[in-house]
Design a protein around this ligand. Sequence first.
Ligand SMILES: Cc1cc2nc3c(=O)[nH]c(=O)nc-3n(C[C@H](O)[C@H](O)[C@H](O)COP(=O)(O)OP(=O)(O)OC[C@H]3O[C@@H](n4cnc5c(N)ncnc54)[C@H](O)[C@@H]3O)c2cc1C
Length: 530
Amino acid sequence: MVATANYDAVIIGGGHNGLVCGAYLAKAGKKVLVLERRDILGGASATEEIWPGYKVNTAAHMLSLMQPKIVLDLELQKFGYEAVPVPPGVHLVEGVGPVVLWKEQERLCAEFARFSKRDAEAYPKFQAHLARMAPIFRRLLWQVPIDPSDMSPRNLLRLAGLGWRNRDALPVFHDLMDLVSMSVHDYVARWFDSEEVRIIVGYYPAGAAGQSTSIHTPGTAYLLLRNHMRDGSNPAGGTGLSRGGMGTIPTAIAASGARFGLETRTGAEVEEVIVENGRAVGVRMVGGEVIRARAVISNASSQHLFADLVPKSAAPEDFRRAVTGIHGTVTNFKIHLAVEKPIPFAGLKEAGYGDRYPVQVTLAPSLSYVEKAYADMRSGRISERPYMTVQTPTLADRTLAPEGKHIISIYGGHFPAGAGSDQTAAAREQLFERVMDTIALHAPDFDRHWLHRQIMLPSDYEEIFRLPGGSPHHGDLTFDQLFFRRPVRGYADYTTPVQGLFLCGASAHPGGGVTGVPGFNAARVVQRSL
Ligand SMILES: Cc1cc2nc3c(=O)[nH]c(=O)nc-3n(C[C@H](O)[C@H](O)[C@H](O)COP(=O)(O)OP(=O)(O)OC[C@H]3O[C@@H](n4cnc5c(N)ncnc54)[C@H](O)[C@@H]3O)c2cc1C
C-alpha cells in the first residue's frame, strides 16, 4: 500500500521530543507527520488509566526539566500544561529518621547543622558553586554539538565561536572538569563530612537518576546539576507535578503543533527506514504502508533505529558497532499502587512536618546503603534492602484518582536485568515483598493494603516503551556519552551517516529527561536541510 501524501518530514516516535520537533517544524511551515507505535502519545512521559478512574504516570513522574522556552514558544499553557508545586520532600536518613528538605535554604541548613555545623556552613557555598556553573551548562543545552576533531576551516571557525561565546567557562574550567569526570561519592565527600548530608545531597545521581552506574562511577557527579538545568523564574511556571499527569505535556505539545498542521498517528509502528542511494526517503509501516518524506527523523532510540529499522548496508560497520556499544542497561524498578490512604511514615510530626503527608519521600538512609543495594544486584540478586523514592501524587493533584483514593509510585533499585537474569513472576513477587518489607521498617503502621498494583521492571520499559536496556535516557548520561559524544562521536549534531536521517530524541544531546531540548535542537538542524 502506498500513501498518497508526501511529507517534508516524518518522525518515528511520538515521545515528547518527537512532538516538540514536529511542532517547531510545523510552525516553520513544514508538512510533518509523527508516527507513534503505541496507542497513546508521550513515550516515557505518559499518563495511563491502567485501572478505571486512576491516571498513573507509568514512567516519568516529576516535572522538573521541561524547558520554559519551549513551554512559552509553543504556548503549552493554553493546551493544558500546568506545573503543580509540591510541598517539601522528606528524606529518611540512617539513625535519624525523616529529615524535611525545606525549600528555604536557611531552614534546610538548620537541619544539616544537627549532623555537622561545618556541613551546614558548606551547603550555601556548594549551591553557589553549582549555580556558577549552571548557566554554562544551560547554554550548552541549546548548542548543536560541534565535533572538536573536525579540522575543516568552517568547523574551526564554529569551534572558535563556541569558545568565545562560552569564555566565561574558563575561570571555572577545573570545576567543570571535576563535575563531569568525578564520581558522586568523591564529589560530595569533598564538600561534606557527615554521611547524612552526603546522602541527601547526592541521592539523585547516586540512585534516582535511572543510570546503570554506581556511586563510584566517574562522571556521575554531573547529575548534581540536574536541579539547576531549568530556570523557573519566568511565566512558564515552576517545577513539581504536571497537572493531570506527565501525559498532559505531550498532549499539549501535539495540540499546539496541530494549529500549524502537525499530524500525529498512534498505533503506527515503523518497520523500516527506506534508504535509496544512501539517502533516507521515507518509512515502511508494519502492515506495508509506505510514507515518503524529504527528511526522516527518529525520536526512537539510536539503538533501536540502527539495530532494527535502518538496513544494515546503509550505515558503516564501525558506526553501528559504536551505537551497539552505548551503555545504559538499567536495573531500576517502578511500582504503582492504588490505595485508600498514603503510607504513614513514622516520625514526620517530630521532624516538623505536622499532620500532612509528604508528596515525595526518599528512602535511602545512606550512600553505603545505596551502594549495598547496587552490589546485591551486581552479584545477580534483587537488592535485599532496596532504596526508593515514594511519591503520592494524588496528595497534590486530585484529578488523578477517584475521591478518597490515592496513587503511590515507588521508583527504586535494584532488580537484576540483562541476559540470564530471573524475570519470572516469582522474582517480581520477591521484589514486591522486599519493597513492602523495607517500607514497613520506616512505617510500622503501614497496613500493606492495596487495591491495584503494577510492577514495572527494566524489561517492561524496554518492551512497552522501547527504551533500550530500559534506560530512561536512551543510554547513560556520563561524560563518555555526553555533548559531542552523544549518541556517538562524529554524530552529535542530530545527523546520522544516512543522508536525510536525523535523531531528535533522548539518544541525542543533551539526553534524557522531559526537557524538549533534543526535539528543539533537531528541528533547527532539519529545517536547515529542507
Ligand atoms: C521509570 C522512568 C522514570 C522517569 N522519571 C522522570 C522524571 O521524573 N522526570 C523527567 O524529566 N524524566 C524522567 N524520566 C526520563 C524521561 O521520561 C525520558 O528521558 C524522556 O521521556 C524521553 O523522551 P523522548 O521523547 O526522547 O523519548 P521516548 O519517550 O522514549 O519516546 C520515543 C517514542 O518512540 C516510539 N517508538 C519507538 N520505536 C518506534 C517505531 N518503530 N515506530 C513508531 N514509534 C516508535 C516509542 O513508543 C516512544 O513513544 C523517566 C523515565 C523512566 C523510564
